[in-house]
Structures are given as C-alpha cells and as structure tokens.
Design a protein around this ligand. Structure first.
Ligand code: NAP
Ligand code: MG
Length: 399
C-alpha cells in the first residue's frame, strides 16, 4: 500500500508513561500507514528546562502557523519535581502557556465504546463540555474578614468613570471575594463554542445564572446572544443545529433527562465541576477527548489525563504496564482528521476515522487495558498488546 500523504502538523512530545505510549503509537499505528509529517517540539520537562521553557512558546506559535497540533501529556512541575529533575525554575503548566498564546476554549467529550454502561441510563451519545478557561473564581481576590466593618466594591476608569458601593456591613467576622471577567475573553469563548458546534454539527447549550447575577452572568448571556445573532444564526440554520441559553439549574435537569449528543458551554467554575461529573458518569479520564479551539481557527488536541506517573515508575522497574493509550490515540486521530479536513485530504480524514474505529472495535471485541477491564469484569492486556491488536485491525483494512 502507498503511504498516505499529508501536510505537517505540530507534534508536542511529553513526559513519563505517556511519552512511552507516544512513541509506541507512532511506531505501531501511524508510521506503517502514513507518510507522517510533523514539526516536532519536545515539551518533555528536561527539554523545557534546557530551553528555559522557550520550546513551549515556540510550539504554541507553530500551532498558530500550521493551525493543527497534537500534544502529549506533560508534567506541571511542583516542589517534588524540582528536586526530581533538578530544575532551574518551577516552570508553568505548558497547557496554561499554550492556552494563553492560542486563546480559546477547551472541549472535552467522552469516548463511548458501548462496553461500559453510562451511569445515567438515558445517556446514549457523548455530552461535550465547553469550559471557558479564563477569570472568575480562578483569578479571584479574597479576604477573610476578621471583625465587624464595611466592605465596598469600587472602580476607577481611565476616562474618569467612578463607582463604589457597599457590599456588606459586617456585624461579625466573615469572608469577602471579588471576581472579574472581560468582554474580549467572553467573545472569544462564544465564537469558539459556535465554531465547534458547526464543526461537529451538534446543538449548543449555554447556561449561567443571569436571574441572580444581573450584571456578571447577564453579560455572558448577552454577548453569546449578540454574537449568535450577528454572525452565526444563518450558519446554524443551514447546518440544522440550534443554540439556546438556559439557566444552569434548568440545564442540569435537562442534561439528566437527555440522550446526550450536544455541547454544553459552561462558565469556568461550572465547567470545572460539570466536566468531572460527565466524565465520571461515562467511565474514566482515559476515555475522554480534549481539544483547545481558538477563535481564529487553530486546534490543539491532547488527552484529558496526565502522564500516569504511577505506571511510569513501574515501567522503569521493568514491569509491563496496562496504561490505556486510547485518549492519546484519539488526540492523534483528532489532529490528523482536522489536518485532512482543512486540506481537503480525504485519504487522511478516512485514515483518522478508521484509526478510531479500529480502537473501539478492539475494545468491543474484548481486548482492553486494565482500567476498562476492571469496569466490565474482564481481564486486561498490557498497552503494547492492545496497540498491536489495533494495528492488526488497521492492517486488515489497509493491506
Ligand atoms: P494522571 O496522570 O491522570 O493519573 C492518575 C491516575 O489515573 C493514574 O495513576 C491511573 O490510576 C489513572 N489513569 C490516568 N490515565 C490513565 C490511562 N491512560 N490508563 C490507565 N490509567 C490511567 O494524574 P496524576 O497522577 O495526578 O498526574 C501525573 C502528572 O501528570 C503530574 O505531573 C501532572 O502535572 C501531569 N498532568 C498533566 C496533564 C496534561 O498535560 N494535560 C493533565 C493532568 C496532569 P491507577 O494508578 O489507579 O492505575
Ligand atoms: Mg475539576
């Protein structure tokens, strides 16, 4: 068979067990079938430290240039990692750095095999959570109030606008918090969601609490509606999909009764909580796709889980591990499929979907890693055995 040709994507290598899986996935599932073209960036912690983290910035800029990237899980250093790797600095989370450069929204969806029943019996199709990853509680300012007194909220504009009002007259000790967001970030969140809904042909729900938060959440609601009306209404009609806003409590009730198969856009905190609820109810983090979509049309695919450190330490002792490579394979298939779509490269798009199908068929036929085997009372195989089983299916198709 003639190998499938493609234009380059950005490849970001990572750490520990996922770095081992990364290499095996390329050798077993990509290189035999593709004339694989990537611009390679080693985001492993050793290389980030050696380049003073410049490599992460270069990789993110490369995604802006080539529009598609695939990233392996990476270590976000803490004090213990500083010692373990003799780091010059406690480098920031690569995902945070990349997100700050690309801007946008993280979309996470479960990968369904039918082997592991969802805990919610009505859920038949994946529910994708679109989480705004900026501001709110995560950049809040807060105080412990030690004694009775007055808390005020005030603003001073560069144009002279000023306002100030009492938040509360404390008659006893308590707590106080200030949070913010900005229109430009909410606008790019909205556009990312509308674009992703169009790209995946799924309805979009957005939920907040504007009845209670009459300025803050109301701003999110109004910005979404304005951008929808001005830029997306016709495109949604043409694609046969819908957008609607509802209160978060109503959304929760509807989600529980739904069949799935839609995108649920959430503010930062809501998205944090709801994405764990959705992934737990569908199975595990090792069965989630994750993609960062930027408002100007760049896509970065990754697995939702980390570097699986505990398995890596066992691997270093010479043990075979049963780490699940599916989320990392789907990061590759997502990126290859998107490259194919942007370039109208049908063979590449077909390969990406065949690769996903081969993974799912392998699981359905009963060959799976330990994490999934445990959930459905079977015996798991090690990672390489699983990859070889997927490869055998692909070879059958591409012989
Ligand atoms: P983790 O790597 O996601 O692993 C936590 C546990 O979940 C594992 O010990 C394993 O459980 C299970 N697990 C996760 N992925 C699995 C897979 N593919 N197959 C089988 N089991 C899987 O999280 P962590 O141990 O908290 O973090 C490890 C490192 O990853 C940290 O240095 C963190 O900074 C980094 N991290 C990176 C990213 C990213 O780059 N996107 C995200 C999160 C964390 P058992 O041990 O019980 O089998
Ligand atoms: Mg969370």
């Amino acid at each position: 068979m003639e190998k499938i040709k493609m234009n380059p994507i950005v490849e970001m290598d990572g750490d520990e067990m996922t770095r081992i899986l990364w290499k095996e996935i390329k050798e077993e599932l990509l290189l035999p079938f593709l004339d694989l073209k990537t611009e390679y960036y080693d985001l492993g912690l050793v290389s980030r430290d050696a380049t003073d983290d410049q490599i992460t910035i270069d990789a993110a800029n490369a995604v802006k240039r080539l529009h598609v990237g695939v990233k392996c899980a990476t270590i976000t250093p803490n004090a213990q990692r500083m010692e373990e790797y003799h780091l010059k600095q406690m480098w920031k989370s690569p995902n945070g750095t990349i997100r700050a450069i690309l801007d946008g929204t993280v979309f996470r969806a479960p990968i369904l095999t039918g082997m592991i029943p969802a805990y919610v019996p009505t859920w038949k199709k994946p529910i994708t959570i679109a989480r705004h990853a900026y501001g709110d509680l995560y950049k809040g300012t807060e105080y412990r109030v030690p004694c009775p007194g007055t808390a005020t909220l005030s603003f001073k504009g560069i144009d002279g606008t000023e306002f100030s009002q009492t938040v509360y007259d404390y008659e006893c000790p308590g707590v106080l918090q200030g949070i913010y967001n900005k229109d430009s970030s909410i606008e790019s969140f909205a556009r990312s969601c509308f674009n992703f809904a169009l790209a995946t042909k799924q309805d979009l729900w957005f939920s907040a609490k504007d009845t209670i938060s009459k300025q803050y959440d109301q701003t999110f609601k109004l910005i979404f509606q304005r951008i929808f009306d001005e830029e997306y209404k016709q495109k949604f009609e043409d694609a046969g999909i819908t957008y609607f806003y509802t209160l978060i409590d109503d959304a929760v009730a509807r989600v529980m009764r739904s069949e799935g198969g839609f995108i649920w856009a959430c503010k930062n905190y809501d998205g944090d909580v709801m994405s764990d609820m959705v992934s737990a109810a569908f199975g595990s983090l090792a069965m989630m796709t994750s993609v960062l979509v930027s408002p100007d049309g760049n896509f970065e695919y990754e697995a939702a889980h980390g570097t699986i450190t505990r398995h890596y330490y066992r691997y270093l002792k010479g043990e075979q591990t049963s780490s699940n490579p599916i989320a990392t394979i789907f990061a590759w298939s997502g990126a290859l499929g998107k490259r194919g779509e942007l370039d109208e490269n049908e063979r590449l798009q077909k390969f990406a979907s065949d690769l996903e199908k081969a993974c799912l068929d392998t699981v359905k036929a009963g060959t799976m890693t330990g994490d999934l085997a445990n959930l459905c009372g079977r015996k798991g195989v090690n990672s390489l055995t699983f990859l070889k089983a997927v490869r055998a299916r692909l070879e059958e198709k591409y012989a």
